[in-house]
Design a protein around this ligand. Structure first.
Ligand SMILES: Nc1ncnc2c1ncn2[C@@H]1O[C@H](COP(=O)(O)OP(=O)(O)OP(=O)(O)O)[C@@H](O)[C@H]1O
Ligand SMILES: [Mg+2]
Length: 361
């Protein structure tokens, strides 16, 4: 992209006043300043800007982040996160260069300040309907209706459809596998939030679980061809049903590309969870929905390898529903059953969804 001199001048004038004049721009480390546009401006190389403001001369350094995959800088929002943080932190450390502003380039190459931002918000359409967890509350008490079966087919078919879209980007795959274990919203982050030595866990149990998950990470990180389009947080509080089996999903999370098992476990963990709350194992209508979900998904996707990679994703969803923070009212007995489930699944090379209760011991 060519960085237009007038765009930079407009921006500096928006900060320092209309009578500012941009004299030159020069890549740091280069000797010859340019009085025109910066050709082939590549993100990542800082620019020295020199300007005149009335009788005074001034200068500033315009810094951006290199656009590259890996190191968690894959998305523009990752790079924005780093710069927004730098703007808020530079001035807090003695002897550290001060940040004057932070902003973004828009589609026309205009520089726009967002230095005043204190917190960000998202404005979205309003969705009419009711959250799917209400269905599970009802099913737990009253059993399954024909509509409930149709809704499970609709949900698992939807996932089979979106997961068909594949992407060849090994670093995004490795990021997903790294995140499921180490991200603050995933296994390590959730376990860090657990109380110290709760009665339903043995002393080193959480550490042993993390070790198993790291071993699974090294087993999966080479399976880059599995990278596909995902929702990322496909649980019953993020699905709103309208009439019949028509639904809208909310709250996509942690990247557009990932592992299909992440979406499958986000939903199916809840059929297990609602049943275990009632009977310490998977039974009745919830068992029928769980098995139908897998049967329909595997039939529609043809993804037999899913069962060989699903374990750490079930472990993530199980530590969330067993969490004293997220679900404070559960008995230790229910939490213990959920931990038996996740540890047995982590110790099994291929998940056997038709004999789920074998994992509860
Ligand atoms: N666009 C929307 N239209 C209608 N209801 C909404 C909408 N967005 C959120 N809600 C309601 O607010 C609830 C919480 O919203 P949201 O999912 O964004 O929060 P959250 O705290 O991020 O939850 P989580 O990360 O656990 O999914 C949803 O379960 C839904 O009931
Ligand atoms: Mg949500």
């Amino acid at each position: 992209m060519d960085l237009k001199k007038e765009r930079v001048e407009d921006y500096l004038q928006s900060l320092y006043g209309e009578d500012l004049e941009l004299i030159s721009m020069r890549r740091m480390g280069e000797t010859i300043p340019t009085t025109g546009d910066v050709k082939g401006f590549g993100y990542g190389s800082p620019l020295l800007l020199e300007y005149r403001l009335g009788d005074d001369q001034g200068s500033a350094v315009l810094s951006t982040m290199r656009v590259q995959y890996g190191f968690g800088h894959d998305h523009f929002s990752d790079r924005a996160q780093v710069l927004i943080w730098q703007h808020s932190a530079f001035g807090n450390l003695p002897e550290h260069v001060r940040s004057l502003d932070v902003g973004y380039f828009n589609g026309e190459g205009r520089l726009v300040s967002c230095g005043e931002a204190q917190e960000y918000f998202l404005l979205m359409e309003r969705v009419e309907g009711s959250e799917y967890f209400f269905d599970l509350e009802r099913i737990k008490e009253e059993g399954v209706s024909d509509l409930d079966l149709k809704r499970v087919v609709a949900l698992s078919s939807y996932l089979a459809e979106i997961h068909k879209v594949k992407r060849d980007c090994p670093s995004l795959w490795q990021r997903k596998i790294r995140d499921i274990v180490g991200h603050g919203e995933c296994i390590m982050g959730i376990l860090d939030d657990y109380p110290e030595s709760p009665a339903f866990l043995d002393p080193d149990e959480l550490c042993e679980i993390e070790k198993r998950c790291v071993e699974w990470r090294w087993k999966l990180r080479g399976m880059t061809d599995r990278l596909c389009q995902v929702h990322g947080d496909f649980h019953p509080w993020n699905v709103m049903f309208g009439e019949g089996s028509k639904f809208t999903v909310l709250d996509r999370s942690r990247g557009e590309w990932g592992e299909a098992a992440d979406d499958i476990t986000a939903m199916t963990m809840n059929y297990i969870f609602y049943s275990v709350q009632k009977s310490r194992h998977l039974s009745g209508g919830l068992k029928d929905l769980f098995e139908l979900f897998f049967q329909n998904y595997l039939e529609k996707s043809g993804d037999e390898d899913l069962l060989k990679v699903i374990a750490p994703f079930f472990a993530f969803r199980a530590v969330v529903v067993a969490s004293p923070t997220w679900y404070p009212l559960l008995s230790d007995d229910v939490r213990r059953t959920l931990f038996n489930f996740l540890e047995n699944v982590l110790n099994d090379d291929e998940f056997d969804y038709m004999n789920l209760n074998n994992y509860m011991r």
